[in-house]
Design a binder for this molecule. Structure first.
Ligand code: MN
Length: 277
């Protein structure tokens, strides 16, 4: 079987969200509207407080999952069901918004580096109105595996080298890896056939993905079948590799609501205004 290769490359576009947090939107922008089941990928990275201090005050979500992975800095999460959690360096929050929550994500620092990712993962029609659920994962619960010389992988979701990531029970059966490769190191990954996936380089210079160079700040969309071959460049490099089962359902999105039909979006807005979240 042939290996996976890069079918498209995109760079994030500068934008802001929340109350004015500056970020790069990599998925969910004109060049890459979505990559079923992934609806959005943001990278936020700044050591200028003005870029993040306003945070993400209370806002709703319905119909999908938000996944926050912090590399540096602290955010606090709070919602209208009484849940709250501290998102510190290396931690992950996998939030299944389901039928609806109102939450805020606010910085807990006034200076220093704030760096991380938010990924949106769609839910199938049958699960869009499920009860909200959180998986708050401290960094020490994330296995660090060394499947080959010079390779270090933080296994957030999925299975690798006999280890299993801590995120459980996600309908799209995701793989979410933070991979560090030393110069000259190589790694072959078995991704489930048919899973859609991407690689996004966030530290270092470049990595070879299926033999082709992918530079820092580039996202490579992967072809759908076969193994994924990665090889380090001349500098240590770090990248995300994320894959999930596509839903192949109609998508209607309106800001923080992602449903299957316009009528369901109207219901989401009406329910939100009626205080039903
Ligand atoms: Mn949110």
């Amino acid at each position: 079987m042939s290996d996976r290769h890069i079918t498209r490359r995109v760079r994030g576009v500068d934008t802001s969200d929340g109350a004015g947090v500056r970020l790069k939107r990599v998925i969910g922008q004109p060049e890459l509207d979505m990559l079923d089941p992934f609806l959005l990928l943001d990278e936020f990275r700044s050591d200028q407080a003005g870029d993040y201090i306003a945070g993400f005050p209370e806002h709703p979500h319905r119909g999908f999952e938000t996944v926050t992975y912090m590399l540096a800095g602290h955010m606090q999460h709070q919602d209208n069901h009484g849940n709250h959690g501290d998102l510190g360096p290396g931690s992950v929050q996998w939030m299944t918004a389901g039928r609806g929550i109102l939450h805020s994500e606010m910085p807990q620092q006034e200076n220093g580096l704030m760096w991380g990712f938010q990924l949106w993962v769609n839910l199938p029609a049958k699960d869009k109105m499920t009860a909200p659920r959180y998986q708050d994962i401290a960094p020490q619960r994330i296995p660090v595996v060394h499947p080959a010389a010079g390779v270090e992988v933080k296994l957030i979701a999925g299975e690798l080298a006999g280890a299993t990531g801590p995120v459980e029970g996600i309908v799209t059966a995701p793989l979410y890896l933070d991979i560090g490769l030393q110069p000259g190191a190589a790694l072959t990954l078995d991704l489930p056939d048919g899973h859609h996936g991407f690689a996004y380089v966030f530290e270092g210079e470049s990595v070879l993905v299926g033999g082709e160079k992918l530079a820092r700040g580039q996202l490579g969309v992967l072809s759908e079948r076969g193994r994924l071959q990665l090889a380090g460049g001349e500098q240590p490099v770090r990248l995300l590799v994320v894959a999930g089962r596509p839903l192949e359902e109609p998508v209607t999105r309106y800001g923080p609501f992602v449903m299957n039909t316009p009528a369901e979006i109207h219901d989401a807005i009406a329910d939100f205004r009626a205080g039903k979240f």
